[in-house]
Design a protein around this ligand. Structure first.
Ligand SMILES: *Cc1c(COP(=O)(O)O)cnc(C)c1O
Length: 726
């Protein structure tokens, strides 16, 4: 994108101007910080976060690590001090040179920079300061954009600028989850409103129900990749339409459908308004399912027949499905969808009834609701699930869309997710691997040979790096959990326990994921006596928990509440911590610091899971059900596994899995961690870490994932069939 012809209205100039205006308000020597602040590339350059933190560490945290706000809100005295700090200026100059070099590289030779891949997704977890994400899907999308930037693959991403983001979580003293929303001021984000040469915002319009909804477009720079966020909160719209981009995963179906029309149809219109003609359109999850219809409309307008237009749109569309959980595959009553899209359908020669049929498993069943996953599967030329096992589950789950095909031939392949290594790896582990794997190891992370030297990292060095990352987590946990408990109004003794909570030398277990019933957090506390004895044993264990329950998922909320019910047992106060409001920042600290990462989904409902991969590249070990990615990663030496067999009797399955969990934790994990040699090093544990790094590092990094998308889906317009790992 960066090396293409100068497109006047794509927001690049607006971003440059915003950075220049910020630079003008800073002491002269800090101008390069302003330019760095407007491209998230700083966040994954070694030394980038440290650079901004060094300007004013407290304000950097107060501004949610948003460097634009930091520089705007920082007191002049602090700025003047930074402007006189030679080391800081040298670091800024070095980082800016790296950024410029990165932006000026030519695009990957297999791709035409004039025809980028359009990537459409409802959420993006690029950075904690850009709160337009909720969890795994967003984190994955953010990682994919960063990797595309690193690989110089031309992608243009489109999403929505949620002014209130996703809900924030606060747990009260009784353990009940409360939700609240925080307003984001996009003017203070590292984002620029795309304007026309006249200075007016560039806008697009989409018909939604009876209204013509207008959206303006923000541009965010994720390294070389532009992320365009549509925003309807403008005076041209009525109050209902302004609300469309208020909240991510708004529960109200009316608003949700409006969001999907905006993202799908509006997303493609926005790209055209920006002068971008995509090669392939990647629907990352079903929310953007309507996007191909906009390609159809344009093709019809250019004289193609409806059938021809539908077929050529299909050939340009690839779809990734991300969950087998029914709640993740939205569907809406046909009448409601019909009202939402009636005027849109009129713009095509496609009758509304046929459009609705695209979203039905049995197209002619008038009573069946409209499902976005069905629509995306029908309108894409290639489709994939996100792990090998999820591929099997997905083919089974959607086989009735292809009644004439045997299940194995259902055209849903898989590309297993991977994580962006520079984003997730902690500093100590990065320094360790930099020292042992050679300078280019990050660029060649997908090559197993890159990881071979891990075998020769001395025990003491590996253990020291793990210790540093665990200590950083412990320090964070003490501060955060004390504040959380004070805010909840907990009893004094329990608050004080938080300030003593966690020991930097104790086996630290992490369980951080959405609190949904199928994730089975309760397996940990199914037998409270066992839990208490594990925590108070001679060989100590500490557990950090985090995760949000969906606001309407009462059952999940009760699970949380039950967990909090245990808190008055003395040992719990110091050994178990629940961190409110799980986000990208706490996720990073957890995956870096925990020794053991637990995952207990009820199989086969975990599509993939990525937090375990983040933990693994940091030297964390996995104890997980053989579901999602772990079913293809576990090799007997690189962690621990609980059977992934499916039992129709859920109660029996939970009993059996809890028993397996107990046996593994008490019988293997804990003794192995505390089995030390004469130098106080856990030799067997360390060799398991080495096995884990070597087997997981190359296969579950985002470079491997992106290479697969590039080779099978992005490089050509999509051929009919599967995006399939052989
Ligand atoms: C990585 C990540 C996730 C996804 O984790 P799972 O393993 O899929 O549960 C969710 N939330 C945040 C904040 C993350 O960083």
């Amino acid at each position: 994108m960066q090396d293409g012809r100068a497109t006047p209205n794509d927001g690049r100039e607006d971003l440059r101007r915003a950075a220049a205006e910020l630079a003008d308000r800073l002491p002269g020597p800090l101008a390069s910080l302003a330019r760095l602040a407007y491209n998230y590339r700083w966040s994954w350059l070694p030394g980038g976060p440290e650079l901004f933190a060094s300007v004013d560490p407290e304000r950097f945290e107060l501004s949610c690590q948003n460097p634009v706000r930091l520089l705007e809100e920082c007191r002049f005295g602090m700025l003047a001090r930074a402007a006189a700090n030679d080391a800081l200026l040298a670091s800024a100059a070095r980082l800016e040179a790296l950024l410029r070099e990165d932006l000026e590289r030519p695009s990957h030779r297999d791709f035409d920079p004039e025809r980028p891949v359009a990537f459409l997704c409802a959420e993006y977890g690029v950075h904690v300061s850009l709160p337009v994400y909720s969890g795994g899907l967003g984190a994955l999308a953010g990682d994919l954009l960063k990797e595309a930037s690193d690989r110089a693959i031309p992608i243009a991403a489109v999403g929505l600028m949620y002014r209130k983001g996703y809900f924030r979580q606060r747990i009260d003293a009784g353990g009940w989850q409360h939700e609240y929303w925080v307003d984001t001021d996009p003017q203070r984000l590292p984002a620029a409103l795309v304007t026309r040469p006249s200075g007016e915002p560039l806008t697009i319009t989409v018909p939604v129900y009876e209204a013509d909804v207008t959206a303006q477009i923000w541009r965010v720079a994720v390294g070389r990749v532009p992320l365009f966020l549509l925003d309807t909160d403008i005076p041209a719209n009525g109050p209902l339409e302004r609300w469309i981009t208020a909240r991510l995963y708004e529960a109200d179906a009316h608003t949700r459908l409006a969001q999907y029309i905006l993202l799908g149809i509006g997303g493609v219109r926005a790209l055209r308004a920006l002068g971008i003609e995509p090669s392939v359109i990647h629907l990352n999850e079903g929310h953007a399912a309507l996007a191909p219809l906009e390609l159809v409309r344009v093709a019809e307008h250019d004289g193609e027949s409806l059938r021809g237009a539908l077929e050529s749109a299909r050939k340009r569309t690839v779809f990734t499905t991300h969950t087998p959980v029914p709640a993740g595959n939205d569907s809406y009553p046909a009448e409601q969808v019909e009202r939402a899209i009636a005027r849109l359908a009129q713009e095509l020669s496609l009758p509304a009834s046929e459009l609705l049929a695209l979203g039905r498993t049995r197209g002619d069943d008038q009573h069946e609701p409209f499902g976005v996953t069905q629509a995306a599967l029908r309108m894409s030329g290639a489709a994939n699930a996100v792990s090998r096992r999820h591929g099997e589950v997905g083919r089974e789950m959607w086989s009735s869309l292809w009644p004439d095909l045997p299940v194995e031939e259902v055209p849903i392949g898989y590309v297993t997710n991977g994580v962006h290594v520079p984003t997730w790896i902690g500093r100590a582990m990065r320094e360790l691997l930099d020292a042992h794997l050679g300078e280019r190891w990050i660029a060649e992370a997908a090559d197993p040979a890159t990881w071979d030297p891990v075998a020769d990292i001395p025990d003491a060095e590996l253990w020291a790096a793990r210790g540093r990352q665990r200590s950083e987590l412990v320090e964070f946990i003490r501060g955060r959990s004390t504040a959380d408990r004070l805010a909840r109004g907990d009893v004094r003794e329990y608050v004080q326990a938080a300030s003593r909570a966690f020991d930097p030398h104790v086996l630290t277990i992490g369980f951080a994921r959405r609190v949904a019933t199928y994730k089975r957090l309760e397996l940990l506390t199914r037998d409270p006596e066992w839990t208490l004895s594990l925590l108070s044993g001679e060989q100590a264990v500490q557990v950090v928990l985090a995760g949000k329950a969906h606001p309407r998922d009462e059952e999940a909320k009760r699970t949380l509440q039950k967990l909090f019910g245990l808190k008055y047992a003395r040992v719990i106060g110091e050994r178990v911590v629940f961190l409110d409001d799980y986000d990208l920042r706490s996720a990073a600290l957890l995956v870096r610091g925990c020794d053991l990462w637990l995952n207990l989904p009820r199989p086969p409902l975990e599509a993939c899971g990525t937090s375990g991969m983040k933990s693994a590249i940091n030297g964390g070990l996995q104890l997980s059900v053989l579901d999602g990615w772990w079913a293809e990663a576990y090799d007997g030496l690189n962690g621990w596994a609980i059977s992934g067999d499916v039992d129709a009797d859920q109660y029996a399955q939970d009993e059996r899995d809890a028993a397996e969990l107990h046996k593994l934790l008490s019988g293997e994990v804990v003794p192995s961690f505390y089995d030390r040699d004469g130098r106080d090093l856990p030799v067997a544990w360390l060799s398991r870490i080495r096995a884990s790094l070597r087997s997981i590092g190359p296969r579950f990094c985002a470079s491997r994932m992106l290479a697969e998308y590039a080779a099978r889906a992005y490089r050509h317009s999509v051929r009919d069939g599967k995006v399939m790992t052989p």
